[in-house]
Design a protein around this ligand. Sequence first.
Ligand SMILES: Cc1ncc(C[n+]2csc(CCOP(=O)(O)OP(=O)(O)O)c2C)c(N)n1
Ligand SMILES: [Mg+2]
Length: 894
Amino acid sequence: MPTNVDEAVKTDMTAEVAEWIEAFDEVVAQDWEQGAALLSALRTRAREAGVSATGDVTTPYHNTIPKHDEVPYPGDRSLERRVEALIRWNAMAMVHKQNKYDAGIGGHISTYSSLATLLEVGFNHFFHAKYPSANGEQPGDFIYFQGHASPGVYARAYLEGRFDDARLKNFRHELRGEPGLSSYPHPWLMQDFWQFPTVSMGIGPLNAIYQARFMKYLENRSLIEKTDRKVWAFVGDGETDEVDTLGAISLGSREHLDNLIFVVNCNLQRLDGPVRGNKRIIDELEGMFRGAGWNVIKVIWGSDWDELFERDHQGLLLKRMEECVDGDFQAYKAKGGAYLRQHFFGKYPELVKLVEDKTDEELGKLHRGGHDPAKIYNAYKRALEHKGGPTVILAKTVKGYGIAAAQARNATHSEKKLTDEGLAAFVQRFDIPIPEAAAKDATFYRPDPSDPAIQYMQSRRSALGGYLPAREVPKSTFVAPKIDFFKEWLGGSKGRAVSTTTAFVGGMLRAMLKEPTIGKLIVPIVPDEGRTFGMESVISQVGIYAPEGQKYTPHDSDMLLKYREEKSGQILEEGITEAGSMASFTAAGTAYTNYKIPMVPFYMYYSMFGFQRIGDMAWAFADSRGKGFLMGGTAGRTTMLGEGLQHQDGHSPVISGTIPTCLTYDPAYAFEMAVVLQDGLRRMYEAGEDCYYYITMYNEDYAMPAMPEGEGVREGILRGIYKFKAAEKTAQVQLFGSGPILNEAVRAQQILAEKYNIAADVWSVTSYNELRRDCLDTERFNRLHPSEKEKTPYIVQALGKAAGPIVAASDYMKSLPDSLSPWLGSRLVSLGTDGFGRSDNREHLRRHFEVDAESIVAAALSKLAREGVVKPKVAEKAFAELGLNTEGSGAAHA
Ligand SMILES: Cc1ncc(C[n+]2csc(CCOP(=O)(O)OP(=O)(O)O)c2C)c(N)n1
Ligand SMILES: [Mg+2]
């Protein structure tokens, strides 16, 4: 029966509302959890009744877990405190000492000082190095550390006996002939230690989300056993400003990643100053994560505040906290207890009274939640127990914790050294048992292994399965398919016009997916571009990974090539996120070490939205020693027609060439691609090389020739060049072509012969980057060994006696062929696609960028004219015949 609100009350709801509030207050006074339940029931009711009531995205500024719900701390608090203090000392000493003797070498003190307890509770109670399983051991938890907290992680490994004093002394000294410690987590530099590069802000959290997702993918595809393993990501509060950090959090709840835990170290500061001086970062993050469906646990206040809260019956303490912004909180920690009393408690006489029994020193030491092991333990435990989605722990900490002169100061991030007094105070503050002289010298301190604190930390680690971080690579048992496996593509397309994309996606990829031994290891990744690459058949072949299966009947269910989503689907269809796709590529491409399964990712994407968009991720992939194939589709500035300036890629191989472990190939034909794929599988997975491939794929259809017979073709493809089509008589000119532009070179060869009686050889350059690397290696050898026989770079060997100018044309910038000019000298004329793209068809685009056959012919004649082989007038006449525009400033400026 609806209750009628009478007319008087309708015009003035004040009394009615007051009654409701009073009733609610009564419930809360009895039991605040009942209050929360009542409110939630009311909300549900309102929703059922169609009343839209906006819900709060933030909860009050106090700990999510009430005191009475806490479990007692299971560890030995005093031994843990001692271990933590020793780690703090050694971490600080490491940075201090290095900067004292090598000014400017850098490092960070304050980040770890805020993070120490958050990590230590994890190391002592949560971070498993292994999980036992029926079939032997399973990999443990994955920890993404805040990169610039690395000194603390090293200091712990030192106490554990994994590093000696000499190693610590080589922090940031990696080039001294003995092992050093890298500035930040770099698997490339410390391959037995670090697993995940994190220091480029945002990359760690993004990769962690996709790592957790990939873990479930492997479980759902029955490739690994399901265990309780977790992905922990320690993130800076300033770091959350990076779009990479928060941009993918909805994936966590969408795919129910309850194996994922973020811990945001909310020390309220970043490098320059406060993260949100005028607001509270914890509120902002709570809103974002709750909105995205995460379980949010706030750890704001330490246990010593509990008693104050209990005595504060009016809720004034919470009210006062909610009046403050982070700039205030920072000042309270920077300025100490007396200031806190005056400015925080001082606002209300009741609060002044509340703390009248405490000294200023005691007030100054009131802990924040992120420095209280009991609060942290309870938060971690809840996070572990939470099912159905990811958890974020927002832990309030103090930057520069315990470093008197630097604590909570804006400049603390950049502090590298302490004064003598600062060192002495540190030793006193954390009770480090070393004499004053050793303190002033920042001498490392590691008690004897029999010391109870060391024994304790060792026993905790052995109970949790060993040390972390640790990176292990099992011996490879992978057997790459032999080249015969690809023979269909070595033989050409028998006149049928196809693109290299179709040859790969519809052909080689599908064949690899069917291959009995490696098929299941292939991970096709695509960011909403599957149809562009003709992946429909692959989708119906192996399905799209969808942890909840397909809950709907797809509209195309009665068709042969249907959209198939399933729990054990193999394709990672990422939606429109190249950064997310790259994170999946990273999880898959490092599975050989992290999960001990050599997964082989093929990430197919729009090449323009590759390196220039996610370049930092591609760099971190290399650092991670990642393996796999980046397949840059719709490649080439003139081959990708129609789409124009933002879509036409003329520079990805230039950028990929900057990554030391990335091998770039620009194949013209299917057989070249097949040779590269086969060798890539062999090198990365069978021979265990830590490298990865970037291969361009084009959408221009043409007949794929068979692989030319003859020795050296395979080697040439892999090393970067081979003669594709020799002239009928001795060539006067050499034409280099790559990708579809090789066809233009072949056509130019014909025009030159038929119209101008000039013989030209045509070479396919599959990789300028590999050729250049070989040149550089050879050049270095020759430079450093002047008395030994000079070595010849491969490009020079391959050219042999081939004479005349070299006209090199590709669908990329001229700097690509130009990179060989030191070894080709004045012979080289580069044609490329410098400048912004345009919307038009290939014919017009290639003419505009001067990479079509006619432009190649003209370049050859022009160079021959300069060399006196043909008359300049002949060249000029040819330009007119070929219809070339010789005026204007060219595509580079257009
Ligand atoms: C992409 C990127 N931009 C800038 C930096 C430089 N940098 C290193 S640490 C830091 C501040 C980090 O603040 P926060 O995330 O709050 O971590 P805290 O040290 O406070 O724990 C900055 C700007 C970086 N490492 N990566
Ligand atoms: Mg911070």
